[in-house]
Design a binder for this molecule. Structure first.
Ligand SMILES: [Zn+2]
Length: 568
């Protein structure tokens, strides 16, 4: 009931604002702080209840899987997007920004965030609609496409399982090639979409769409590229060594000479995950454990309490339920919850620790901050906290201290555990280089030979060999290129920051004598540090400033390299 009154008042305020803008020709609308406060009040009154409803509806739909629940969630999301597409709102924000009279730091910060949120949505309706339509056509094609092996239809899981376990080169080749056929089906539409995205970005004053996406996320394209270059320099030698080990292992496994290795031998469609080359069976340590209780006890011990989060969460398998995992900050006022389908294995242990990392970031925000600033500094900063904790599921020290695995067993697996973690990170980081550089290059010059460009990058960064004579749009078979454009680099930034936070907590915060393989068990100082320096600041500062204040230095690839590139 209360909610409805709020919305009505807000709409009244907004139409008054609209009138003020129209009358602006005679008497310009005020652009000072009091006027911006009024604008913000109107915005908050509409957006706060709506975004809460949208988050709840989405959580509900993900549990039930019912069409009508998804429809309701989509409708609310569209209403939310429309607010940011409002041209008059954007014009006012632009005037506030150019007027230079909004000086109070928190107000100015909110003005900047809102300006970017509106700017990215200032695309004419018809154009926006055409892009959304193309995108959903592509999505549909991805959803209905099936990989085949000869005349057998495979689920994605089955295909991945064959790539991981089969040793017959002919079979691997057929499955891999079949998995790439989606590329040919969607490439023409993706190219259309790239053209439209670039046109929209240019209308809004950006060089191209990739530049726009980064800038709207307060990322300077040149700085991000410099970070990727730094990481390339730090990992290329180590990766070449590891790639040698991988090649020796896989060639022997498939009974072929090294020179005969092809992209389909790497146990993954894109070589984005590490092939299993070390004998390590982490699942065995979790198979009779209550992974939810382990996660709760661990977080309790570092002073980040998740009991209330667990109570609101939906953690176990259900028919029709969404099968991946996510954490949702429902109201930015303490209601954070997790959706997943827990089983007692290492994947879900990692996932649970990961998702609770997102949740505690949300839960321990600063309620005295304005609503708009009560969010993660950037999506990759919350990803970093989630990764920091998720990685512990494979840490021998953690297995010993939290999951009760014997000290002797932990010592036994320590070398292979370390090698596996390093291999995973190195393989992923080289793959992320390909994605970042391909998207940048594609939006700069969509007319180039993209099929060729994709393989040039895979050869350079992943040390893969293009199959002889191949000229197919293999780039288009990666769904992120079409549907989650220019976002992939954030996954790697999240890994870099996870390592940086890890060393900062292990070193300056906890003063551990040995900085490797720490897991902060029963060290509430670790939780206190994260709350004070990472969670509570929220969006008060741009992400780069938050990191510098929290770690005493800028985001760097050095700690990631130290953690994963070091000696074998
Ligand atoms: Zn995550």
């Amino acid at each position: 009931m209360k909610l409805q009154i709020k919305i009505t008042l807000a709409l009244a305020a907004i139409s008054w604002l609209a009138l003020a803008v129209r009358a602006g020709a005679a008497k310009p609308a005020a652009v000072d702080e009091p006027a911006f406060r009024e604008f913000l009040k109107g915005y908050e009154a509409r957006v706060i209840p709506l975004s809460r409803d949208a988050a709840l509806a989405n959580f509900q739909a993900s549990i039930s899987g019912r069409e009508e629940d998804y429809q309701r969630a989509a409708d609310l999301q569209i209403r939310l997007n429309r607010i940011h597409a409002d041209a008059q709102g954007y014009a006012r924000l632009k005037a506030f920004k150019e007027g230079g009279l909004v000086r109070e730091p928190l107000l100015r910060r909110q003005m900047d965030i809102l300006f970017n949120a509106f700017l990215g949505n200032q695309i004419p309706d018809a154009q926006m609609e055409a892009m959304v339509k193309l995108q959903s056509q592509i999505e549909q094609k991805f959803n209905t496409f099936r990989i085949r092996l000869d005349d057998k239809v495979l689920s994605d899981n089955d295909a991945e399982a064959i790539l991981r376990t089969a040793t017959d080169s002919g079979q691997l080749e057929r499955v891999w090639k079949s998995s790439k056929e989606i590329g040919r089906l969607v490439a023409p539409n993706i190219l259309k979409l790239v053209g439209m995205r670039n046109a929209a970005a240019r209308q809004l004053g950006f060089a191209n769409f990739q530049q726009m996406q980064l800038r709207l996320g307060e990322q300077d394209p040149a700085q991000i590229e410099a970070l990727f270059d730094e990481l390339d320099g730090l990992t290329s030698g180590g990766f070449a060594g590891l790639k040698n080990d991988i090649d020796a292992f896989l060639a022997a496994r498939c009974g072929i000479a090294r020179e005969q290795l092809q992209p389909w031998h790497y146990q993954n469609r894109f070589f984005q995950e590490a092939p299993v080359i070390y004998p390590l069976d982490l699942d065995s340590y979790y198979k009779d454990k209550d992974v939810v209780a382990l996660a709760r006890d661990y977080y309790d011990g570092i002073g980040l309490h998740v009991d209330d989060i667990i109570a609101r969460s939906d953690l176990y398998e259900k028919p029709g339920k969404y099968q991946h995992a996510f954490s949702s900050d429902i109201d930015r006022a303490g209601d954070a919850r997790v959706l997943c389908s827990v089983k007692p294995d290492s994947y879900w242990m990692n996932t649970l620790l990961h998702e609770f990392g997102h949740s505690v970031y949300s839960k321990y925000n600063d309620r005295s901050l304005p609503w708009l600033l009560r969010d993660a500094a950037h999506s990759f900063t919350t990803e970093a906290v989630a990764n920091l904790f998720g990685r512990f599921a494979a840490s021998p020290s953690w297995l010993h201290a939290v999951a009760g695995v014997s000290a002797a067993e932990c010592e036994r697996i320590r070398p292979d555990s370390r090698r596996s973690l390093r291999l995973q990170q190195m393989v992923f980081s080289r793959w992320a280089q390909v994605m970042f550089r391909f998207e940048k290059s594609m939006y700069e010059n969509p007319g180039q030979d993209l099929n060729r460009r994709w393989w040039e990058l895979a050869e350079k960064y992943q040390l893969l060999k293009m199959p002889a004579g191949r000229n197919e749009p293999d780039w288009a078979s990666k769904i992120h290129i079409a549907l989650y454009p220019c976002y992939y680099h954030n996954y790697l930034l999240g890994e870099l920051l996870a390592s940086q936070l890890y060393y900062h907590i292990a070193g300056p915060v906890l003063k551990s004598p040995d900085l490797e393989d720490q897991c902060f068990v029963n060290r509430p100082e670790a939780g206190r540090y994260l709350i004070a320096k990472v969670f509570k600041p929220g969006m008060r500062w741009p992400w780069a400033e938050m990191i510098e204040r929290a770690c005493g230095e800028k985001l760097t690839a050095a700690y990631y390299a130290r953690q994963f590139v070091g000696a074998k």
